[in-house]
Write a protein that binds this ligand. Structure first.
Ligand SMILES: [Zn+2]
Length: 273
């Protein structure tokens, strides 16, 4: 056997056995929201010193399938510096998600699946790019976002490009790849069809991405639902459901907007597996 045949054989032997799933989670910095007053989150300004929300985007890579979970602040503000939103709030986004995906040699057309914890503006900022992807969305969120978008936190222009996408309309929990490795967990209340994501990572262990079930560590510790939530009672039921899931799975929870957590995470091109 010549040298290149031997290296090919070595490579083949090193490939995972059939049935083994390669699951990776990449985290991207998709912006920062600054605010002066957090009382709309049902936290007094004395209860938390935090005045910043980190805004993440995620790529879930399941073998050769690529899924986006949450798409950050609006694309249009990328590289524009700090944008004043009024009411003591401002936001900024250094690098667009699409440029960050390019560092992984991915383009928007490579994304097979797209799902958002919910359709608020800070989670769908790059949504319109993913017109080739299958949209995974709860029936209640679809109705609220696409059929009757009167919520001021919904900015339909950010996601209406997806209205003709292939879609899977969900009514509850959903096993995304059919092997239990990635599960969309229905957790309504923040919006009508809010959802969180459970990943079974081989090395990092079970992980739940919170969506906006909580915004701050104190929201979880003190069990507070923001004033602007769609339904507070539903929110508390969803908190109970997700906390029970975390316990049963032995999972860790990443509060997506928690800046202190984000500061400890390895951003893409690093990944969690
Ligand atoms: Zn949010």
């Amino acid at each position: 056997m010549n040298r290149s045949a031997i290296s090919l054989l070595t490579l083949l032997l090193a490939l995972p056995v059939v049935g083994h799933t390669d699951l990776r989670l990449y985290v991207f910095d998709c912006g920062i929201i600054d605010m002066q007053d957090i009382s709309s989150f049902s936290l007094s300004n004395d209860e938390s010193p935090v005045r910043q929300l980190f805004v993440p985007c995620y790529l879930v890579e399941h073998d050769d399938q690529q899924m986006i979970w949450d798409a950050g602040l609006p694309n249009a503000i990328a590289g524009q510096g700090t944008i004043d939103q009024g009411g003591g709030m401002s936001m900024s986004l250094d690098t667009s998600l699409i440029e960050q995906l390019e560092t992984l040699e991915l383009s928007a057309a490579d994304i097979d699946l797209v799902a958002f914890s919910h359709m608020h503006f800070d989670h769908v900022g790059a949504a319109n790019l993913f017109t080739n992807a299958r949209l995974l969305i709860q029936d209640t969120e679809y109705a609220a976002a696409f059929e009757e978008p009167d919520n001021p936190y919904f900015q339909p222009d950010l996601y209406m490009g997806l209205k003709d996408n292939e879609r899977e309309i969900l009514s509850g929990d959903y096993d995304v790849f059919g092997d239990g490795s990635v599960t969309i967990v229905s957790a309504p209340g923040h919006t009508p069809g809010h959802q969180v994501l459970l990943l079974q990572l081989e090395n990092s262990g079970p992980l739940v991405l919170s969506g906006d079930l909580y915004h701050f560590a104190e929201s979880r510790a003190l069990r507070r639902a923001p004033e602007f939530n769609f339904d507070a009672e539903q929110t508390f039921s969803s908190m109970d459901k997700v906390e029970a899931l975390i316990k049963a799975e032995g999972a860790i929870l990443w509060i997506e907007h928690e800046k202190a957590l984000a500061d400890t995470l390895n951003m893409a091109p690093a990944f969690y597996d």
